[in-house]
Design a protein around this ligand. Structure first.
Ligand SMILES: *[C@@H]1O[C@H](CO)[C@@H](O)[C@H](O)[C@H]1NC(C)=O
Ligand SMILES: *[C@@H]1O[C@H](CO)[C@@H](O)[C@H](O)[C@H]1NC(C)=O
Ligand SMILES: *[C@@H]1O[C@H](CO)[C@@H](O)[C@H](O)[C@H]1NC(C)=O
Length: 360
């Protein structure tokens, strides 16, 4: 529960907020659903794989991460090969781009906020509404902080460079973008960016515990451009409830894009099992996570039983050994990029699989 460990002022803020939520979940106006044919298909198996990528990107030992030997890299994501690992040291952001041969896809993953600063980050989401316009989309407003974390840091050029290199080799291969928490917000901006500004046609986005990132106009652009998006939410996870949605002010408020898949427990005692509810195409299905109060940080930090935070809460630090030096580039701000030549082993694997008759 978020209530624990909060001071009086914060508690008051939460109490006010919960009242607003209670107010806003009363009645629901019918939302007109456009483009019915554009619907993302939820695939449970894929979700359990992608959540492991969203977890791995939290690993702070960069050597283990880059060589894909970390303990979180050893389950359903075995064999993944990172092309580029981008670390924005100043803002404590991290992302990677790589090739998942079994998925036949490029996977891009973004890390969320460090657990040590999560509480502050969540409190800020109640009150700070620094909107900026999304360029080229009339009336679309987005959250400044999330927008900048992707668009105004070393992450975007790092990610784009890797995607460009990958496309030179693989052509129109599928690109899957994922992330947890703020990393989910960045994943959505990345998927939109690749579609709108780089003409990528084969983009899927799946996020876990993602906050709202824009207004209704933004959402209608987003769902047109990146229809293949799944937004997984979990139980009482507080973050998908933020920044708040006020249904009586539909054009003034933040709004989620579809399609939500809500995980919740059903049953009692030893008969508890998890339901995966595929929600309606409005983005704000009142019978999904909005039907409960968002009051849990615990539910935010674990999806499908997978831990989505750093192992050490020592803040932002870089751990690496000298073996990684050969791959390292740094910009003038001290941000680092580790980059692997795509033409070596990845390409060979790919050619072998093509010979077996699998088309890429
Ligand atoms: C779901 O995803 C998995 C992993 O990518 C894939 O093997 C499977 O064929 C997919 N299922 C459907 C019904 O598309
Ligand atoms: C991008 O970052 C620079 C420097 O940190 C800042 O001056 C600028 O206002 C930022 N732009 C946006 C759109 O956030
Ligand atoms: C998307 O990627 C898949 C798998 O790599 C491929 O089979 C399909 O042809 C691609 N679709 C487009 C429109 O490029």
């Amino acid at each position: 529960m978020i209530i624990q460990g909060m001071d009086g002022k914060a508690l008051l803020k939460v109490a006010i907020f919960l009242c607003l939520i209670a107010f806003s979940t009363g009645r629901e106006l019918k939302v007109k659903v456009k483009n019915k044919h554009h619907t993302a298909i939820y695939n449970h198996t894929l979700a359990t794989i992608l959540v492991e990528y969203a977890s791995a990107v939290y690993v702070s030992d960069l050597t283990e991460l880059f060589t894909w030997t970390c303990s979180r890299c050893n389950d359903l994501t075995k064999g993944f090969q990172i092309l580029e690992l981008v670390v924005d040291v100043q803002r404590c952001l991290q992302a990677f781009v790589g090739v998942a041969q079994d998925l036949n896809a490029i996977v891009i993953a973004f890390r969320g906020t460090q657990e040590s600063s999560l509480q502050n980050w969540i409190e800020d989401l109640y009150w700070k509404q620094y909107d900026i316009s999304y360029p080229g989309m009339e009336g679309a407003m987005v959250h400044h902080g999330f927008y900048s974390a992707y668009h105004n840091t070393s992450l975007r050029p790092g990610v784009l460079n890797a995607v460009k290199r990958a496309k030179e080799v693989y052509g129109e291969i599928q690109i899957i973008v994922t992330g947890h928490s703020m990393g989910g917000a960045m994943a959505a901006f990345c998927g939109l960016d690749l579609t709108v500004h780089f003409g990528c046609q084969n983009i899927s986005v799946m996020t876990f515990g993602q906050p709202r990132i824009g207004n209704a106009a933004f959402v209608s652009y987003y769902r047109e451009r990146v229809p293949n998006t799944i937004r997984v939410t979990n139980g009482h996870d507080i973050v998908p409830h933020l920044p708040p949605y006020y249904q009586y002010f539909p054009h003034k408020t933040y709004r989620h894009f579809p399609r939500e898949v809500w995980l919740y427990d059903l049953g009692f005692g030893s008969l508890v099992y998890t339901v995966e509810k595929v929600c309606d195409n409005s983005g704000e299905d009142p019978s999904c996570s909005r039907s409960v109060s968002g009051n849990s940080i615990t539910d935010h930090l674990r999806y499908f039983g997978v831990k989505l935070s750093c192992d050490v809460s020592a803040g932002c630090r870089i751990v690496m050994d000298n073996g990684l030096e050969a791959y390292r580039r740094a910009d003038s701000d001290g941000n680092v990029i580790f980059s692997r030549d795509i033409s070596s082993s990845v390409l060979r694997m790919n050619v072998e699989s093509s010979e077996e008759g699998r088309s890429l």
